[in-house]
Each structure stands twice: as structure tokens, then as C-alpha cells.
Write a protein that binds this ligand. Structure first.
Ligand code: ADP
Length: 498
């Protein structure tokens, strides 16, 4: 057992990088956060400067180390969780990226994906191998774009002179002084180039996307060795021993280690993941199959079903910024409590189409059921409820795919602070919600993965025992009423599909 004082999580998100200090009790002792620039060079394009990601991450780590006067002897290990799919290609001889990172949200390769994967037979092969529905979101077409569009990139890649990585791999490579070029299965499986059943980069898909195998990182277990730190200004010789994509990290941080355990994160969007053990369940409802982060010693690949809501907490931002109905996100709860219900009003925030289980790219938002008596409290409440209805649709789809009920839905993310939303979620989905005291489960997951690998914690039983008592939301609404509301939601959603 490690007798060092802390583990550190590097929580590399889409808009900021954080360094988080976690102690043996699983308490987040401190966190330093540094935002970085979002680049929108053309409509629909999103980029990050990889150097800026790096320096925001290293800067937050350096400040955390300085604040607590940490030496390498104080730090048992470092875990990394990261924005997934975001694609970086760099030259290992100089350490320089060949271009900005193409961010997961970037749509520049939508047409390319259509050209390469439009054939239903190819789409089906991709789904069968990777668990994913072909989309520009995943890394494969982003790598292809860089090789096709950055001058000389393809020749250099084919000569073995360029490396690819999702953000975790890039950070690991830099932090280990260029010694380790590796990622973990939870990140690899979001590239659309990884065979989730055979656990390897898939030759056929690498060929389809024109990606040389020599660019690809080695895939190592999420909780295990990724080398040691060797970078100026960073405490030297600290093991990097946990890596996971943000959503799988939060599943782990919620202690969902067994089949049927699930979590939903209420952020800008919502991400629902259910652990499915050793079964890679293929969805009949347009969910994706993904690899879950495993504790050391599990001995086989563990999987999860994943579904997302595009507009979750973002609907609250819209009520605030575009409609001006509230001044702060938290005020949504106060206003919604002024009315017993929405008076039949539904907001369907299909701003960018509808995700699973509907999957209608051309759907657009609607507000329906408005009467002369509708006021802003009704509208705000309907906005909040729309988050719960969308999650409820995902829960039902996931339960149908998995053939089992989600008995407890573990919740986290910024909007999970809203008690009215959580109670309404429990009511309409007829499921019990557990909200941990620490909703920063993404960083916690990375800390746990690292801490297990380096013997800081003994195993998942010890991690479960660290969890303080949760806030629990039980369904209270009459079941008939819940069904009526859901039927109303269903018909409102259908109106958005022209
Ligand atoms: P992300 O990680 O996606 O940036 P966060 O987990 O920080 O998101 O959550 C922020 C989102 O949660 C925002 O969309 C915000 O509107 C919403 N939010 C924050 N607090 C509340 C609240 N009390 N009620 C409803 N929504 C909230």
C-alpha cells in the first residue's frame, strides 16, 4: 500500500483544464482551473490550440503543487480524464502539433463521413466493430482531414513521422518526456478505428479512413502504468497510472462497477451510461456501445451503453441568455416552484435536432400548449422538465436494449444541483435517483483509476465505502399522472419532426 498523501486528477475538459488534489478519504482537497480559448474558424468548425490545452493543464498542476508545497513523495499517482474524440496529430521529433486540435463538436468532416460511410453495409460493419454510429463526432474522419489538408502531412504520416492521439495520449506523451505514446480503451473506442470486441486498432477501418497504423498509440488498461512524469516544472518521477475519457471516468467515479449500474451527468448536454459488464450490447435504439473503465484485475473488457441529450443544461442557458426569463441558472428552480406544473406547456429544445432514441437531425425546437394564462414560471418549468423528459426517453431506450431496469440512477453535473429537476426526474422516470455529496465524479474517477493502480486504495470495495450518504430522490408522483405527462411529451416531440 502506498503511504503517500495524495493522488492528483488532471481533468482536461472542453472549455477548461483542472488539476484536482484528492486524499485517501476520496475528498477533493483543492482544485485549480484554467480556461482556454475556443476557436471557431468557420461556421460549424471548432478547434483548440493543443499548446494552450497543454499549458492550461500544466499551469493548473503547477499552481496546485505550489499551493500545497507538494514534492514527488507526496503524490502517489496521477490520473487523467479528458474530453473525448478531440484529435491531435504531432511530430514526435519536435513535439509540435501539425495543426490545431479538431474538437469533438466540429462538423467539418460531416460530408466526408457521408462519403466514406454512407453505404449502409459499411455503416453496419463500423457499428458492429466499434459500437458507434458513423459520425463526424468521432476521431477517424478528423485524422483523415488533417492528413488530407495539412501540407505534407500524409507523406510524413506514411513515413512514420507523425503521431495521433486523443488529448489523454498527447498529455501522456508530453508528461513522460516523449517516452510513452499510449491511450486507454475508453478513449480508443471513441475514435471509430478501434475494434471493441477484439481490443485492437482495426486494420480495415484504418484503411477505410486512410490512417497509417504507425500513428496510433498503444492501448493500455485504464488503471495501469502510463509511465512517469519527466517534464520541466512538473514533480519528477510520479507515476501516471489512470486514464479514461470523461464520461467513462464519471461512471467509475460514481462507483458504477457492476452490470446494471448507471449514471447520468446533467451538464450542457446530458450523458447517460449504463455498465453492462462483459456484454457489449448492440443497441436497437440508436444508443452506442462503449468500453467502460475497469479496475485492475478484472481480467476481461467491460462495456457500457451510452446515450446523450444534446441540449440539457443548455436549455437553461437559453432561457437566461436568449429569452431573458431568468438571471442565473439557479433561479430556474425558484421560478419553477412558483407554479405546481407547466399548465400543459411543453418546451422541446430540439435546437440541433433530436438524439437517441429519436435521431432526427432535421427536427427543430417547439413550445406548445401555450394559453392566455401561461407565464414565465410555466415556461421556465417546462424548460427544466424538458431535460428530465429527454433523459427519461434515454432511460427507457437503454433499459429496453439492456433488458434490465436501472434501479438507481446516479446523477451528477452542474444541473443536478436543481432539486426540483431531480425530483421531477425521479417522478417521470419512476426511478430512484442518488446524488453524491461530491458531484465532481469525472475527476474523482480519474483519481480512483490512478489510486487503484498504484496501491493507494486497495480495491473497489474501499472506494464504495468512501462515499458519503447520497441525497436520494424517490418517485412521489402518481403513476397515472406520470404517464399522462409522458404522453404529452411524446406528442410534443412528434410535432418537432416535420
Ligand atoms: P459542462 O461540464 O457541460 O460545462 P456543468 O456540469 O458545469 O456543464 O453544468 C453546467 C450546466 O448546468 C449549464 O448548462 C447550466 O445552465 C446548468 N445549470 C447549472 N446550475 C443549474 C441549476 N441550479 N438548475 C438548472 N440548471 C443548472
Amino acid at each position: 500500500m502506498s503511504n503517500k498523501k495524495y493522488v492528483i486528477a488532471l481533468d482536461q475538459g472542453t472549455t477548461s483544464s483542472r488539476a484536482v488534489l484528492v486524499d485517501r478519504a476520496g475528498t477533493m482537497v483543492d482544485a485549480v482551473q484554467r480556461p482556454f480559448t475556443q476557436l471557431y474558424p468557420k461556421p460549424g468548425w471548432v478547434e483548440h490550440n493543443p499548446q494552450e490545452i497543454l499549458f492550461s493543464q500544466l499551469g493548473s498542476l503547477a499552481e496546485l503543487v505550489a499551493r500545497h508545497n507538494l514534492s514527488p513523495d507526496d503524490i502517489a499517482g496521477i490520473g487523467i480524464d479528458n474530453q473525448r474524440e478531440t484529435t491531435i496529430v504531432w511530430d514526435p521529433s519536435t513535439g509540435q502539433p501539425i495543426a490545431n486540435a479538431i474538437v469533438w463538436q466540429c462538423r467539418r468532416t460531416a460530408q466526408l463521413v457521408q462519403e466514406l460511410c454512407g453505404d449502409p453495409a459499411i455503416a453496419e460493419r463500423i457499428r458492429a466493430k466499434t459500437g458507434l454510429l458513423p459520425d463526424a463526432y468521432f476521431s477517424a474522419s478528423k485524422i483523415r482531414w488533417l492528413l488530407d489538408n495539412v501540407s505534407g502531412a500524409r507523406e510524413r504520416a506514411e513515413a512514420g513521422e507523425l503521431l495521433f492521439g486523443t488529448v489523454d495520449a498527447y498529455l501522456v506523451w508530453v508528461l513522460t518526456g516523449g517516452l510513452v505514446h499510449a491511450t486507454d480503451p475508453t478513449n480508443a473506442c471513441r475514435t471509430m478505428l478501434y475494434n471493441i470486441h477484439e481490443n485492437c486498432w482495426d486494420e480495415e477501418l484504418l484503411e477505410l479512413f486512410g490512417v497509417p497504423a504507425s500513428m496510433m498509440p498503444e492501448v493500455r488498461p485504464s488503471s495501469g502504468s502510463f509511465g512517469e512524469t519527466s517534464y520541466p516544472g512538473v514533480p519528477a518521477g510520479v507515476p501516471i497510472c489512470g486514464v479514461a475519457g470523461d464520461q467513462q471516468s464519471s461512471l467509475f467515479g460514481q462507483c458504477c462497477f457492476a452490470p446494471g449500474q448507471a449514471k447520468n451527468t446533467y451538464g450542457t448536454g446530458c450523458f447517460l451510461l449504463m455498465h453492462t459488464g462483459g456484454d457489449a450490447i448492440a443497441s436497437a435504439n440508436k444508443l452506442v456501445t462503449t468500453i467502460a473503465a475497469s479496475a485492475p484485475g478484472v481480467g476481461h473488457t467491460e462495456y457500457a451503453l451510452e446515450g446523450s441529450v444534446f441540449v440539457g443544461g443548455a436549455v437553461i442557458q437559453w432561457l437566461r441568455d436568449e429569452l431573458g426569463l431568468i438571471r442565473t441558472a439557479a433561479e430556474s428552480e425558484t421560478l419553477a416552484r412558483e407554479v405546481p406544473d407547466t399548465g400543459g406547456v411543453y418546451v422541446v429544445p430540439a435546437f440541433t435536432g433530436l438524439g437517441a432514441p429519436w435521431w432526427e437531425a432535421d427536427a427543430r425546437g417547439t413550445i406548445c400548449g401555450i394559453t392566455r394564462g401561461t407565464n414565465r414560471s410555466h415556461l421556465v418549468r417546462a424548460g427544466l422538465e424538458s431535460i428530465a423528459y429527454q433523459v427519461c426517453d434515454l432511460v427507457r431506450a437503454m433499459e429496453a436494449d439492456a433488458g434490465r431496469a436501472i434501479e438507481v440512477l446516479n446523477v451528477d453535473g452542474g444541473a443536478s444541483a436543481n432539486d426540483l429537476l431531480m425530483q421531477f426526474q425521479a417522478d417521470v422516470s419512476r426511478r430512484t435517483l442518488h446524488r453524491p455529496q461530491n458531484v465532481e465524479t469525472t475527476a474523482l474517477g480519474a483519481a480512483y483509476l490512478a489510486g487503484l493502480a498504484c496501491g493507494y486504495w486497495s480495491g473497489t470495495d474501499e472506494l464504495r465505502a468512501l462515499r458519503d450518504s447520497d441525497d436520494v430522490f424517490e418517485p412521489q408522483m402518481d403513476a397515472v399522472r406520470a404517464e399522462e405527462l409522458l404522453a404529452g411529451w411524446d406528442s410534443a416531440v412528434r410535432r418537432t419532426i416535420a
